[in-house]
Design a protein around this ligand. Structure first.
Ligand SMILES: C[S@@+](CC[C@H](N)C(=O)[O-])C[C@H]1O[C@@H](n2cnc3c(N)ncnc32)[C@H](O)[C@@H]1O
Length: 357
C-alpha cells in the first residue's frame, strides 16, 4: 500500500548523520565566528524587518535613499548595508546597493523560496535567547510554551515561519516525492500548521483526501493561507480543530503524518500521542513522523542538537533519538518501524515510519 521511493531505508540506524560539523579541532576563525554569530543573525533579521531587501529588490539605492525609503538614519543605514555586502547578501556598485542573487531568492517576499517568515519569527525570539542562562538554571522555558496561540499576530508569525522554512528548503516536495502513499485515501496531518506538506501530498495524489488537525488559532491562519495560495485544493482538506493533548484523535484514517510535533512535547506526551495515532488509524495504516531524529548520544545531526536549545527556551520538548521514537511506536503497537534520513545538506531531518498491523 505504501513504502519509500528510491531512498535508502534503515530499520536500525546507528548514526543519523556524518561527523560533527567542525570536528574536534576547530580553528580560531571558526570558533570566533560561531561565538560572535549573533551579530550576523541580528543584522539580517533587522535588515529584513526594516524592508531593506524588498526596497532594493525594486531598485538599487544609495544609503541615503534607502534610509529615507525605510525611515532610518542615513549613516547607520550605510553601516548596516555595508555589513550586508560583507556577508554576501548585497553588492555595492558605484555607491548603490543591489541585491545579490541569494537575497533575491530567499529574502524577497514574492520569491517562492522566501525564508523571511522564519527569519522574522527568529527576530521575535531574540529576547528568549537572552534568557538562555535562566532556562539552564531553572530547566524551564524562557516563555510560556503556548505554541504561539496567545494572539492572532503571534500565531500568524509562527505559522508563516513554518511555511517559509519548509518551502524554502523543499522538505514538502522531497517528502511528497519519496513517501509512497499509493492506495492511501485519507491522510491526517497532525499539527499540520499551514498545511504545506498536505498541499504537496494532495497535488501528487489526486484521489487523496487530507485532514488538517490543529488548534483553532492555527486553523484560522491555515485557512487564509490555503484559500489564497491553493484555493482549488481546499475542498479536499478537512480543517478540523483537534487538540492532540486532550482526548482521542478523530478517525479512522489510512495514514497519519506528523512533522515537527514530537520535539515540542515531553516523553509521556509523545508516548500517549503515538497510542492515540495508533487508535486513529485503520488496520494496515501508516504513520510517518518527521523531525530531527537524533543519534543515541543526542549529538547528531548537529542542527538537531543546537535546535534542542531553542526547544528548551520555547517548549517542553527537545529533539529525540530514533530509539526513543521507535520505543513509543512499539509500545503503541506499531510494526515495521523504519527511518529514512533526508539528504543533508540542505535537509536536517529524518522520517520514522511504521505500520499498524
Ligand atoms: C512546529 S509547528 C509544525 C507545523 C507543521 N507540521 C510543519 O512541520 O511545518 C507545530 C504545529 O503543531 C500545532 N500544535 C501544537 N500543539 C497542538 C495541540 N495540542 N494539538 C494540535 N495541534 C497542536 C501548532 O499549532 C503548529 O501548527
Amino acid at each position: 500500500m505504501f513504502g519509500w521511493c528510491g531512498v535508502e531505508v534503515r530499520s536500525r540506524p546507528e548514526v543519523a548523520a556524518g561527523p560533527r560539523a567542525c570536528g574536534g579541532r576547530m580553528d580560531f576563525s571558526t570558533i570566533a565566528g560561531m561565538a560572535g554569530g549573533h551579530a550576523e543573525a541580528r543584522a539580517i533579521q533587522i535588515a529584513l524587518k526594516l524592508g531593506i531587501f524588498e526596497r532594493l529588490g525594486a531598485r538599487p539605492l544609495e544609503a541615503s535613499e534607502l534610509a529615507s525609503a525605510i525611515g532610518t538614519e542615513s549613516r547607520a543605514t550605510a553601516i548596516l548595508a555595508n555589513a550586508m555586502v560583507a556577508i554576501g547578501l548585497l553588492q555595492k556598485i558605484d555607491g548603490r546597493y543591489h541585491l545579490e542573487q541569494s537575497a533575491q531568492r530567499f529574502l524577497v517576499e514574492a520569491s517562492p523560496e522566501y525564508l523571511g517568515g522564519m527569519i522574522l519569527f527568529d527576530a521575535e525570539l531574540w529576547n528568549a535567547w537572552g534568557r538562555l542562562e535562566d532556562s539552564l538554571r531553572s530547566g524551564a522555558p524562557a516563555r510560556t510554551p503556548d505554541m504561539f496561540q496567545s494572539s492572532p499576530a503571534a500565531t500568524a508569525r509562527f505559522i508563516a515561519a513554518m511555511d517559509s522554512l519548509v518551502r524554502a528548503r523543499g522538505d514538502d516536495r522531497w517528502t511528497a516525492e519519496h513517501l509512497d502513499l499509493t492506495g492511501v485515501r485519507t491522510l491526517a496531518d497532525v499539527g499540520g500548521g499551514p498545511g504545506t506538506y498536505l498541499v504537496e501530498f494532495l497535488r501528487r495524489y489526486p484521489d487523496l483526501h487530507g485532514a488538517l488537525w490543529d488548534l483553532p488559532a492555527t486553523l484560522e491562519v491555515a485557512r487564509r493561507m490555503l484559500a489564497q495560495r491553493t484555493p482549488a485544493l481546499l475542498s479536499r482538506i478537512d480543517l478540523r480543530a483537534v487538540d492532540y493533548l486532550a482526548g482521542e484523535l478523530p478517525g479512522p484514517v489510512d495514514a497519519i503524518f506528523m512533522s515537527n510535533i514530537i520535539h515540542s512535547e515531553n516523553e509521556p506526551v509523545n508516548e500517549a500521542l503515538m497510542a492515540k495515532c495508533f487508535r486513529a488509524l485503520a488496520p494496515g495504516g501508516l504513520i510517518a513522523v518527521k523531525d530531527h531524529i537524533m543519534n543515541r548520544d543526542l549529538t547528531e545531526p548537529a542542527a538537531g542538537a543546537v535546535f534542542s536549545l531553542y526547544l528548551l527556551l520555547t517548549t517542553r520538548g527537545r529533539d529525540y533519538s530514533f530509539d526513543e521514537t521507535a520505543g513509543w511506536m512499539r509500545a503503541a503497537g506499531f510494526a515495521d518501524i523504519r527511518m529514512t534520513t533526508l539528504p543533508s545538506p540542505p535537509f536536517t531531518s529524518s522520517i520514522v515510519s511504521a505500520r499498524k498491523p
